[in-house]
Design a protein around this ligand. Sequence first.
Ligand SMILES: *Cc1c(COP(=O)(O)O)cnc(C)c1O
Length: 236
Amino acid sequence: MPSAHDAPKQRLIRVQTRIAQALADAGRAATTVCLLAVSKTFDAASVRELAAFGQRKFGENYVQEALDKQHALRDLPLEWHFIGPVQSNKTRAIAENFSWVHSIDRLKIAERLSAQRPAGLPPLQVCIELNVSGEASKGGVIAAELPALAVAISGLPGLQLRGLMAIPAPATEVTAQRAAFRQVRVAFDALVARGHALDTLSMGMSADLEAAILEGATIVRVGTALFGERIKHAQG
Ligand SMILES: *Cc1c(COP(=O)(O)O)cnc(C)c1O
């Protein structure tokens, strides 16, 4: 008989299996991708359930929602990643309560996060979000602005630049998915060639994580495939 706990566990195993298969297909070592569970709109109990099966890294998009969950789960050794758009009036709460920020796309925001990072904590681990869709409405910097932003962020004491993040426009064909992720990889390689010590490509979600892993992703950010469909849109 399936218990009430089977669904999350089965979902986690299914995602872990997809990641392992994609790594094998890419000829990459088994431990070179980490799974970030995107828990936005899901409650603390859902996170706790997944944590019980060994998941440690969780991604959130809305500050107040995330702080409430962090408080409810403070007994667990979880690592919190902020992956949503960063508003300047939320930088202090992010700098004080997260280990990572994936979605940096302006120097002003990076400077605030650096200045507000508490001295007792390690530097905030950050990625620059790259706009690969070319749509002005989407977040992220365009490739032409990337080198200068990377240099500026590297000089901020409260931050450690780890790499790039991207959310390409959804595509159904794997070849189209891979082409978008390849652009991120090319931009990443160019920064490394300029002397930046980077190790993180945050790309790939529930629908396209295989394509991202084939193009070198080191963090995949997965929500729906772990928690189910999101039914509400929290704010904050
Ligand atoms: C919501 C979200 C995800 C997870 O997307 P799924 O399709 O549910 O896996 C990943 N990254 C970011 C930035 C998100 O906002």
